[in-house]
Design a protein around this ligand. Structure first.
Ligand SMILES: Nc1ncnc2c1ncn2[C@@H]1O[C@H](COP(=O)(O)OP(=O)(O)OP(=O)(O)O)[C@@H](O)[C@H]1O
Length: 355
């Protein structure tokens, strides 16, 4: 275990050409990414895409089929080497909170601090209780805490020995939406305060956006894109990422210049790649906030369905071409299903995929 008072050591995780699987069959294929010191990464993808398998390989619970995992420049997993999980100095938090029911909150947090002096342990426990906002709860038992409080304690327990890296597998999915919304930014702040590198596994993009510095979007055991939440949302590099992260539709369009497209919703201006020749047929990514409700517009569509979202309505609108797009409108623009409304496209930048 790293020294208690060593401060914020530089940690770096490197994953290189890694394949992991079961019974010799890979479910994670040839993935590579890095996590720098103090960075919070996220593995985001649909159920079964291999997020937990990749996380378990980093923790040392799964052997690797090819490639390597290094922590601080030291190889901890390769085809012919597997450093045991308990020697990796990696902490884990799971969906199943699994606090020890017969131990007090203080003893739960202190669980990984065996062998240290009682003064060091009590100082660290007090520091963590303060950090997770549960000062005064030290003598309580887990059953008397709410789900959110218990998850904070689980986090404190995992962080107590100052692991080199903290892995979190869907730690919030057992909590209700409101609690999750409050807890996730808090946990991010706690990790940042501790300067701790961490990886979160989730299939919830809002959770990923609220927690992560960098997101790996996964599908079928592969990483489609590794980037900041902003890059993932605004500059998706694959149709899968564009569809999986945020709502979006693809509008057929034709390149009419180095900065313009012709579409069913008229001429659209914005920067395009130089590689796209005039006349190239493309699909343009259109998010709900790119489609503006405008009664005066010459472009019309029929409201197919709608959702009241408090400050605004989200409409599903069918264009004359048959394409259906999402459209935001402020909540005083209340249109009935089947009604025709005017819409315009307003895009800051163009995300296109060749057909
Ligand atoms: N112990 C195992 N033995 C055999 N196959 C497994 C095992 N664990 C997982 N798999 C398979 O590996 C693939 C990836 O599973 P994994 O749990 O890593 O996905 P995930 O993205 O974490 O999914 P979820 O979000 O549902 O937890 C799936 O097809 C799954 O059925």
């Amino acid at each position: 275990m790293s020294s208690f008072s060593s401060g914020k050591a530089l940690q770096e995780l490197n994953i290189r050409d890694l394949s992991v699987g079961y019974h010799g069959q890979a479910v994670v294929h040839d993935v590579s990414f890095d996590l720098t010191a103090g960075q919070i990464g996220c593995l985001l993808g649909p159920s079964g895409c291999g997020k937990s398998t990749l996380l378990r390989a980093i923790a040392g619970f799964e052997a690797v089929l090819s490639g390597a995992i290094s922590l601080n420049g030291e190889v901890i997993s390769s085809v012919d080497y597997l450093l045991p999980p308990e020697q990796r100095q990696i902490g884990m938090v799971f969906q199943d909170i699994a606090l020890f029911p017969h131990l007090t909150i203080a003893d739960n947090i202190a669980f990984g601090l065996k062998g240290m002096s009682s003064r060091v342990v009590s100082n660290r426990v007090a520091e963590l209780l303060d950090l997770i906002g549960l000062v005064g709860y030290e003598m309580r038992y887990p059953h008397s805490l709410s789900g959110g409080q218990q998850q904070r304690v689980a986090l404190a327990r995992a962080m107590a020995p100052k692991p080199k890296l903290l892995l979190m597998d869907e730690p919030f999915s057992g909590l209700d939406a409101k609690l999750r919304e409050e807890l996730v930014p808090d946990i991010r702040q706690i990790l940042k305060h501790e300067g701790m590198s961490a990886i979160l596994v989730t299939h919830d993009q809002m959770e990923a956006f609220a927690m992560a510095d960098t997101i790996a979007v996964m599908e079928s055991g592969e990483i489609h894109q590794y980037g900041t939440p902003y890059q993932i949302y605004h500059r998706p590099e694959s149709r899968f990422t564009a569809r999986f992260v945020g709502q979006g539709d693809f509008l057929s369009a034709v390149v009419c210049g180095h900065d313009c497209l012709d579409s069913d919703l008229g001429r659209i201006h914005g920067v395009l790649s130089d590689e796209l020749a005039i006349g190239t047929q493309v699909d343009l990514l259109v998010r709900p906030d790119d489609v503006i409700h405008d009664d005066a517009s010459e472009f019309k569509g029929l409201v197919m369905s709608k959702w009241f979202r408090g400050s605004h309505f989200l409409y599903r609108v069918k264009l004359a071409s048959g394409l259906v797009v999402y459209c935001f409108a402020s909540s005083h623009h209340n249109h009935a299903i089947g009604q025709e409304i005017g819409i315009n496209i307003e895009l800051d930048h163009l995300v296109v995929f060749s057909k």
